[in-house]
Structures are given as structure tokens and as C-alpha cells.
Design a protein around this ligand. Structure first.
Ligand code: DX5
Ligand code: ZN
Length: 225
């Protein structure tokens, strides 16, 4: 059976002046990806829990909150209060990662850890059995519209092997530079959730862009080694 590829449009690339309409326009996706940037962990600032509330009110899709913040243990509560269905926090920013994962689960949401391109996958080994998803950044976080870092598929293969060795099967999400051209490269290496900002919201026909990414991702799965 072919693995199902999920598409998560990143609202960072939406038109903030018409956020509700843009979110409604990507209803054929699987998740809404909500990028939180604090101007400290990453140089850019995006939006907070009140905007998440507005996004939740504009969609029936689950919202996947990506916290690019320095103090995830403090920040996470506000996003869960605002209705986050899934929360990713950065391994590099967390002092007590297990505690944050347990807190997210206790609040009834799915928990994920995100890693920057320079962070090795082996650091996640002690957490593997507890994670619903792992977010592998394929660019250095902070901005949309960057090019995928070339070594990303190798890293994804290593992560997939580590999960197999531990008998676990979390979702593996990739974020940054995902287009129709790069989607097959990352799904062939084990990714199954594709975040995409500019390739979806930059397209005139968002439903067509989502379908094209899904097909491109699916074509990579059949090449999976
Ligand atoms: C980058 C963000 C991404 C970003 C992806 O720091 O985490 O979610 O919006 O944008 P594209 O798809 O344009 O690379
Ligand atoms: Zn993101």
C-alpha cells in the first residue's frame, strides 16, 4: 500500500490582510501549518495565539503550530489554549523536552519536535517513542521562500532508519523549499508531511498547487529505497 502524503500549507506565505479567505482557499490540504516566530530564536516575527484563534475559526482542518521561539516551555500554553491540534517545538530551544511533550499530550494535542538543518537526528533517540511527528527543517528557519538544503534527503534517510530500528513510525514532516521539484526527493527519503508556503500561496490556483504537490510527493514514495 502506498504511503499517504499529507500537505500542510504554511500561512506565513498567505496575505495577512485576507487571512481568513486565504485559509479557506486551501481546504483541500490535510493540515494548516502555523509558523510562530519570536524575533529571538529566529530573526523574524510572525504571529501569536490570537491570530491562531482567527485561523482556527476559518478552517475545519487541524492546525499544526510550528513554534520557532526561545522559550517553548512558556509559550506552548497560549497556543494550546488557542486550539492548536499539533505543536512542534525546536529541540535547540528546549531545556526539558520530555516535559514539554508530556504537557502537550496532557492537553490533548499531538506533539512534535523540530530540528534545524545542523542538528543531528541521533539527538532525538531518547524521545522517539513519545513523538507523534518529527519536523526536519530543510532550510534554516526564519523566512519563507528559501531553497531546500541539498543534504536534507540523506538526513531524512538516517531518521527513517533510526525509527525503523526502534520500531516506531512517527509522521516525518519537512519544511522549507518544498516545491513540485523537491517533493519527490524528500518523500523518497521518508518524509510524509510536506509543508509548503510559497509554492501553495504563491499559486493563482491553490487547489491545483496542492494537488500537484501531493502527486509529486506520491511519485517519490514509489521510488523509496
Ligand atoms: C520557515 C518556515 C516555513 C516557511 C516555508 O522558517 O518554518 O514553514 O513558511 O516556506 P516555503 O515553502 O516558502 O519555503
Ligand atoms: Zn514552519
Amino acid at each position: 500500500m502506498l504511503e499517504e502524503i499529507k500537505i500542510a500549507p504554511s500561512v506565513l506565505a498567505a496575505d495577512f490582510a485576507r487571512l481568513g479567505a486565504d485559509v479557506a482557499d486551501v481546504a483541500t490540504a490535510d493540515l494548516i501549518h502555523f509558523d510562530v516566530m519570536d524575533g529571538h530564536f529566529v530573526p523574524n516575527i510572525s504571529f501569536g495565539p490570537d491570530v491562531l484563534r482567527a485561523v482556527k475559526a476559518s478552517t475545519d482542518l487541524p492546525v499544526d503550530v510550528h513554534l520557532m521561539v526561545s522559550n517553548p516551555e512558556v509559550a506552548v500554553r497560549g497556543y494550546l489554549d488557542a486550539g492548536a491540534d499539533m505543536v512542534s517545538f525546536h529541540y535547540e530551544a528546549a531545556t526539558h523536552a520530555h516535559r514539554i511533550v508530556s504537557y502537550i499530550h496532557d492537553r490533548g494535542a499531538k506533539a512534535a519536535v523540530a530540528i534545524n538543518p545542523a542538528t543531528p537526528v541521533c539527538l532525538l533517540e531518547p524521545l522517539l517513542g513519545e513523538l507523534d511527528m518529527i519536523l526536519v527543517m530543510t532550510v534554516d528557519p526564519g523566512f519563507g521562500g528559501q531553497a531546500l538544503i541539498e543534504s536534507s534527503p540523506r538526513k531524512l534517510r538516517r531518521l527513517r532508519r533510526m525509527c525503523d530500528e526502534h520500531g516506531v513510525n512517527p509522521l516525518i514532516e519537512v519544511d522549507g523549499g518544498i516545491t513540485e521539484a523537491t517533493a519527490p526527493l524528500v518523500t523518497a527519503a521518508g518524509a510524509n508531511v510536506l509543508v509548503s508556503g510559497s509554492a501553495v500561496f504563491g499559486a493563482a490556483d491553490r487547489a491545483a498547487a496542492i494537488a500537484a504537490l501531493r502527486a509529486a510527493g506520491q511519485s517519490g514514495v514509489s521510488k523509496m529505497a
